[in-house]
Write a protein that binds this ligand. Structure first.
Ligand code: ADP
Ligand code: GLC
Length: 480
């Protein structure tokens, strides 16, 4: 089966978060299930720079007012279709905004164009290749489903995956005319959303199936508390909703072969891991001792509960713990972390920024990874933590709840616990979890047991890719 995926990020070319990891790893895993995926991505400088020879497939003289070329290229295992539209994508900064984080004012046009081109491909714009199904990721890919539904490719099945309902792609109603959709696309069953236009909403009403990245998040988004205004729509389409847990790329994230860490190790020789701990302490200027070393690798935002964590740092240090933080995000939260590092030199260390290689060393050297998210569709850093023996201490929400077995008395004595849970959005519960982690870390034998059971857990893509493949097959068979 041939599938067209539409994504605004893809590892290793362009990444701001977990979406890139998923878009980068799922094609290979689906390939092993007999599903051949080509991924349409925007021609950002980082993407075009990574591509050697590209074939020109389709030329647009006027795509939303700009010239564009659809290119085909292979990068490693990835089979890419690249929308080269310099007016839209040849900019410094990130994929959605400038270097200081202001979103591009024409994001609607940049991602409507991506969707439009996906729908053209679905309708046969590429000579000799046509997908059997289109798989759109998040609001940036969502308009593919809307353009397909209201265009010539309306019979082709379309799947919409929600990675994060907080990002919806909302714009003013005034852009409707420029979208080039037929008049009937306006309205509650179309792109209209609370008087404006919602790209994700348009994708969700236009999709034949909706997936999200964990079973618990699939459940949560049906409620007003987590539905972010879309719960009514999602409940109405609950028979089309599937929670499919993300996997991880176990070749990239493998402590036995990882070239980005100080010293490779396996669960059988955990003592070797200490070299990574020492390297991490040195890298962050932390004191060298045996007290528990927590790590954070995260966007520093409200979603991730980072404001709660900042307030818990004095408590963490008071209990004898240390913490190394890598991340960037909201400026007040960044500032509060830096202030805590000043207060607790050698115990709290913070690096503001994005550093993929350093994130590997941190997972290899940390004792525990803290993830106090208020909501978390899936979360990947807890899965990397499991694989690297960096025990997850996390809020019991979304995919976090689905992937970790809490170290309660029963699970500890049965030897199946893999991490620590606490209720989300609760400062006292976070304090309690940190205290429990410090205590368990000091209890002979307990921590290595947690590490080992985590390292044994299988979160490779195999199972989830089979789930996607089954869903795709059903839709294509039904469509035919
Ligand atoms: P989200 O996509 O919501 O940010 P995920 O846990 O799904 O959360 O994915 C985050 C991804 O980005 C992981 O691969 C994580 O290791 C990586 N990451 C997040 N912040 C940083 C950072 N500052 N430096 C390096 N990698 C980071
Ligand atoms: C989003 C979510 C995160 C998820 C990732 C990949 O960024 O916030 O929880 O793991 O997408 O699906």
């Amino acid at each position: 089966m041939q599938v067209l995926a539409v994504a605004s990020e893809i590892f290793p070319l362009i990444k701001t978060g977990g979406l890139a990891d998923v878009a980068g790893a799922l094609p290979e895993a689906l390939g092993r299930q007999g599903v051949a995926v080509r991924t349409l991505v925007p021609g950002y400088p980082a993407v075009l720079g990574a591509v050697g020879k590209a074939r020109k497939l389709v030329r647009y003289d006027d795509l939303f007012g700009a010239p564009a070329t659809l290119l085909a290229a292979k990068v490693g295992d990835l089979d890419l279709l690249i929308l080269d539209a310099p007016d839209f994508y040849a900019r410094p900064g990130g994929p959605y905004g400038d270097a200081v984080g202001n979103e591009w004012a024409d994001n609607w046009r940049r991602f409507a164009a991506l969707g439009r081109v996906a729908a053209d491909i679905a309708a046969g714009s590429i000579t000799g290749w046509r997908p059997a199904l289109v798989h759109a990721h998040d609001w940036q890919g969502a308009m593919a489903a809307a353009y397909m539904r209201f265009g010539p490719a309306h019979a082709l099945p379309r799947v919409m995956t929600i990675h994060n309902l907080a990002f919806q792609g909302r714009f003013g109603a005034d852009i409707f005319a420029a979208l080039g959709l037929p008049p009937e696309a306006w309205g509650v069953d179309g792109v209209e959303y609370y008087g404006g236009i919602g790209f994700l909403k348009a994708g969700l009403v236009s999709a034949d199936a909706i997936t999200t990245v964990s079973p618990t998040y699939a459940h949560e988004i049906c409620s007003p508390h987590d539905g972010m205004g879309l719960d009514g729509l999602i409940r109405g389409r609950a028979d089309k909703l599937h929670g499919i847990l993300n996997g991880i790329d176990t070749a990239i994230w493998d402590p036995a072969t990882d070239k980005l860490i100080a010293r490779p190790y396996t669960a059988r020789a955990l003592a070797t891991r200490a070299a990574n701990r020492r390297a991490l302490e040195k890298r962050f200027g932390l004191g060298q001792d045996d007290s528990p070393l927590f790590i954070v690798i995260s966007r520093l935002t409200w979603q991730k509960g980072m404001d709660l964590l900042v307030d818990a740092l004095d408590h963490l240090v008071g209990l004898g713990g240390r913490i190394a933080v890598l991340g960037s995000g909201d400026h007040p939260i960044e500032g509060a972390f830096l202030a805590a590092a000043d207060r607790h030199r050698g115990r709290v260390a913070v690096q503001i920024g994005y550093d993929e290689p350093l994130s590997h060393l941190m997972q290899a050297g940390g004792d525990a990874i803290l993830i106090p998210s208020r909501f978390e569709p899936c979360g990947l850093t807890q899965l990397y933590g499991l694989r690297y023996g960096c025990v997850p201490v996390l809020a019991r929400v979304g995919g976090l709840a689905d992937t970790i077995i809490d170290a309660n008395e029963a699970a500890l004595s049965a030897g199946v616990a893999t991490g620590l849970h606490f209720p989300a959005n609760d400062a006292m519960a976070l304090h309690g979890a940190i205290a429990k982690a410090v205590r368990l870390h000091g209890t002979a034998g307990t921590w290595p047991a947690l590490q080992k059971s985590g390292m044994k857990a299988d979160f490779s893509w195999t199972h989830s890719a089979a789930h996607y493949a089954m869903l795709f097959e059903q839709l294509v068979r039904r469509g035919a």
